[in-house]
Ligand binder design. Structure first.
Ligand code: ADP
Length: 271
């Protein structure tokens, strides 16, 4: 089984990946496609005359604050527009795709975290009303049943969050970590497609691409090299491997057969 994560960045063109999913499925390989789309959520918020809220943790990490209105837009854009567009394109490639959000069949579940510690104007505060959570369980059976039926699942966040009261609320979760959790649960190879050809020793110099990492020393080199958003991808890759994934490859989406190439050694492979 191969789990593919396709980035949401504007610089990522999904067409090559979708054609490759079709040829892998044709060859009898089980493929689960997952996707992000943070940029599209921000664009839709802007079109609606609203602004995304980003907060800084006391540790200096910047992340999205998902208030109720943002969560509504998130639902419209991620499992709504983006997921449906990918399902539509896969049908055009001859793939019988099934769109699922993390809330469907309790596919991705975890506790909701509504209060977050933030730093505003140099002061530490608690900000309430966040709709976010960390994945604690994956309904692998739902994916396996879907795959066994000959369908190709296309998975999107949100996830199903549990409240302290025991109730459920859809909440935002990081798409790379969602892909990682799924790859771990399915003991699959994870291919993370993005807008760079791999993880570079010098983030600005493609010629310094790290081909692979397997030892703790090699992993440390990868962690040191990653900056900004790539840091989250490396953390997600480690979670995937700890969770049972066979391998994780970070590679470019903007190429012919990007998934097959990644599985054959292109990009940066962690195992
Ligand atoms: P996506 O939207 O596809 O999930 P991100 O924007 O989250 O992708 O992450 C990819 C970005 O990470 C690259 O465009 C690059 O700017 C950045 N990056 C940071 N450190 C590195 C590195 N060491 N090697 C390659 N890219 C890096």
């Amino acid at each position: 089984t191969t789990v593919v994560k396709i980035g949401g960045a504007r610089a990522v063109d999904p067409d090559g990946a979708l054609a490759d999913v079709a040829s892998l499925v044709e060859d009898g390989e089980d493929v689960v496609l997952t996707h992000g789309g943070s940029t599209a959520v921000d664009e839709t918020l802007a079109e609606l005359g609203e602004e995304p809220t980003y907060v800084e943790t006391p540790g200096g990490v910047v992340g999205r604050f998902t208030d109720e209105r943002t969560m509504d837009v998130f639902k419209m854009v991620m499992p709504g527009k983006l997921n449906t567009d990918l399902v539509e394109s896969l049908h055009n490639e001859g793939v019988d795709a099934v769109g699922l959000s993390g809330t469907d069949g309790k596919l991705l579940c975890g506790k909701r975290k509504s209060a977050v510690r933030v730093k505003e104007d140099g002061k530490k505060k608690i900000k309430r009303g966040d709709h976010s959570g960390t994945i604690e369980s994956v309904n692998a059976d739902l994916l396996e049943t879907t795959l066994a039926g000959g369908y190709t699942p296309v998975v999107s966040v949100p996830i199903l969050g549990t409240e302290q009261s025991g109730g459920y609320t859809a909440v935002n979760a990081d798409a790379d970590r969602a892909a990682a959790a799924i790859a771990g649960a399915l003991e699959a190879d994870l291919v993370v497609l993005t807008d760079v050809t791999g993880i570079y020793e010098d983030p600005d110099d493609e010629s310094t691409k790290i081909d692979s990492a397997a030892t703790p020393e090699e992993f440390a080199a990868v962690t040191d090299a990653a900056e900004g958003f790539m840091t989250k991808k490396v953390m997600a890759a480690e979670e995937a491997l700890e969770g049972g994934a066979a391998s994780v490859t970070v590679a470019t989406a903007n190429a012919d057969d990007p998934i097959s190439s990644a599985l054959a050694g292109a990009g940066t492979t962690l195992e």
